[in-house]
Design a protein around this ligand. Structure first.
Ligand code: ZN
Length: 253
C-alpha cells in the first residue's frame, strides 16, 4: 500500500519519509516503510499478516503512484487509497477534477468478475463518485499492450465488458514505460468451411462450422492517450437520465 497512518494522520510513502511508527489503515497492524531504490516507495505488512490490504503487486503500486503523480501535475486533487470502510471499499486513486466531480480510478491488476465490477460501480455512486474508471495493468492486459495494429488477441471477459458497456475503449496502463493506452476491439467472424474456431474458453474445437463470431478473440487497435480526464455520456444515456463515464483524453497533436 502507498498510504499508512501515523499519529492518526494519513501519510503517503516516499523515499525521504523518516522511519517511524506507521500502521495499516485497515487492520492497524504495523506498516513497514519500504524505500527500495528500484521499486516505488510503499508500506508493507509484516510477513504472515492477514489483511485484505496486504500483498499487493509492485505493478499495482507503480500504477497508482504514476496515476496520482500525473493527476496532480494536471492540477487535480488526489487521494490515494481512499478508505470507505463502511461499504468495504478502498478507492485506488480518488480524483477531484476542476468541475468538482469526483472520479474513482480503479487499477485492476488481477482477474475480477463482472458482477464485482458492477457492484463497485454502484458502491462508488452511492458514496458520491461521479463515475468509476477501470484501468488495467500490464499484467492482465499484457497481450493488448503487445498487440500490433489489428492483431488478434484473446481478451479477458472483464475487459470486454468494460469495452462493451461504455463504448469508449479500454484503458491499459504501461506502468513501467509510464504510458497510458486506449484499446479498441473489433469483431472477428470466422467463415465456415475448413476454418479453425474456438470455444469461449479459447479451445480449438474443430473446423467446418457455419460462420462464427468469436466472442473473446478480437482484433486489437491501440492509441496512446494522455492522463487528463474528460467526462462523456455513455450509449445508455436517455433524456432526463444521463449516464456518464470518464475517459483519458487523447494526446494533443
Ligand atoms: Zn492491514
Amino acid at each position: 500500500m502507498l498510504v499508512a497512518q501515523r499519529s492518526g494522520e494519513r501519510v503517503e510513502a516516499t523515499r525521504d519519509l523518516p522511519d517511524g511508527a506507521y500502521a495499516c489503515p485497515m487492520c492497524a497492524s504495523d506498516a513497514i516503510l519500504k524505500r527500495g531504490r528500484v521499486k516505488v516507495a510503499h508500506f508493507a505488512h509484516a510477513p504472515g499478516a492477514v489483511c485484505d490490504w496486504a500483498g499487493e503487486s509492485m505493478r499495482h503500486h507503480l500504477a497508482k503512484r504514476l496515476l496520482a503523480d500525473r493527476f496532480r501535475a494536471l492540477g487535480y486533487t488526489v487521494e490515494i487509497e481512499e478508505p470507505h470502510l463502511s461499504v468495504g471499499r478502498r478507492v485506488d486513486v480518488a480524483v477531484t477534477v476542476p468541475t468538482g466531480d469526483r472520479v474513482a480510478v480503479e487499477v485492476q491488476d488481477s482477474a475480477i468478475s463482472v458482477n464485482e465490477m458492477q457492484r463497485r460501480n454502484r458502491t462508488d455512486r452511492g458514496i458520491g463518485f461521479f463515475a468509476t474508471m477501470w484501468v488495467f495493468t500490464s499484467s492482465r492486459a499484457a497481450r493488448l499492450l503487445a498487440a500490433q495494429e489489428d492483431d488478434e488477441a484473446r481478451v479477458p471477459n472483464e475487459i470486454l465488458w468494460v469495452h462493451d458497456r461504455y463504448h469508449q475503449g479500454v484503458f491499459v496502463i504501461d506502468e513501467r514505460a509510464e504510458r497510458m493506452w486506449r484499446c479498441n476491439f473489433g469483431r472477428i467472424v470466422r467463415q465456415g468451411e475448413s476454418r479453425q474456431w474456438y470455444t469461449e474458453d479459447g479451445e480449438l474445437t474443430g473446423v467446418n462450422y457455419p460462420d462464427q463470431a468469436l466472442k473473446f478473440t478480437k482484433t486489437v487497435s491501440r492509441t496512446e492517450v494522455g492522463f487528463a480526464l474528460t467526462s462523456r455520456q455513455t450509449r445508455y444515456h436517455k433524456p432526463g437520465h444521463p449516464d456518464f463515464t470518464v475517459v483519458f483524453t487523447s494526446k494533443q497533436a
